[in-house]
Design a protein around this ligand. Structure first.
Ligand SMILES: [Ca+2]
Ligand SMILES: [Ca+2]
Ligand SMILES: [Zn+2]
Length: 245
């Protein structure tokens, strides 16, 4: 499903140290694929808390255009499965699974293209520095407490055959995760709010740091926020530009 054969061929040749880049900065991973397929690049989006410093580098989005792309036309091209590790989330396993599915469906439901396949709980799912062919969601510590979540995407972002191959999402356990709407607890970081945003990176959208603050893909969030659960017109326009109406 993720060109696993390809990837395993490439994995043996990857020797790049894991580095966290400024949000939205694309790096080419130097590697020589045995089968001469294009080298996978990676891009990492870092989601900051309200009021924390804007990242020094971000993918440029035109002012007042309320969507942006990793690169134009770069999208998922096969039906994608997702492995979810609820460990350290502070939430019930079933809630993490169900709420991930709801968050992902928000994107799938706004295009006629089928994006998602199976979602499963897997306690070995992790946040990779090297592509392993599996889309994964996990919870863990992150060095900067201003960072709510991080999404890393691997694919080919330029040239004639651009695509997103796979992505991983890490939710920072510095925050208390849960369902703000169901509990009424505005001190929680709402899981569906942030998951919908991060999965938006997985489908190919970049962060917005302009005036489009009501969009799911707006680059900042805070405790108690739920407005990113539902796509805004700019999010939908961006999605449909990639995947169709
Ligand atoms: Ca992994
Ligand atoms: Ca992975
Ligand atoms: Zn983001």
């Amino acid at each position: 499903m993720f060109k696993i054969k390809n990837l395993f061929g490439q994995l043996t040749l990857l020797a790049v140290a894991a580095v966290v880049l400024p949000s939205g900065q694309i790096i080419s991973v130097p590697q020589q694929a045995i089968d001469h397929s294009p080298a996978l690049e990676s891009v990492t989006f870092i989601h900051y808390r309200d009021g924390s410093a804007k990242p020094g580098s971000s993918i440029k989005t035109p002012t007042l255009t309320c969507y942006g792309f990793i690169s134009k036309g770069t999208k998922l091209t096969s039906i994608e499965n997702l492995s979810i590790n609820p460990a350290n989330s502070g939430m019930l396993e079933a809630d993490v699974l169900n709420q991930t599915m709801i968050s992902a469906a928000e994107w799938d439901n706004n295009t006629s293209k089928t994006i998602w396949g199976n979602f499963n709980v897997d306690y070995s799912a992790n946040f990779d520095s090297v592509a392993d062919g599996i889309n994964e969601i996990s919870f863990g510590p992150y060095s900067d407490p201003n960072v709510i979540a991080v999404t890393r995407i691997w694919g080919v972002f330029s040239g004639r055959s651009k695509y997103i191959d796979q992505f991983d999402i890490l939710f920072n356990t510095a925050y208390q995760w849960g369902d703000v709407s169901a509990t009424g607890n505005v001190n929680l970081m709402d899981y569906m709010n942030i998951a919908t945003h991060e999965i938006g990176h997985g489908v190919g959208l970049s962060d917005l740091y302009n005036a489009c603050s009501d969009e799911t893909m707006y680059g900042y969030s805070g405790n108690g926020e739920t407005k990113k659960r539902n796509l805004n017109p700019g999010d939908i326009k961006g999605l449909q530009t990639l995947y169709g109406i």
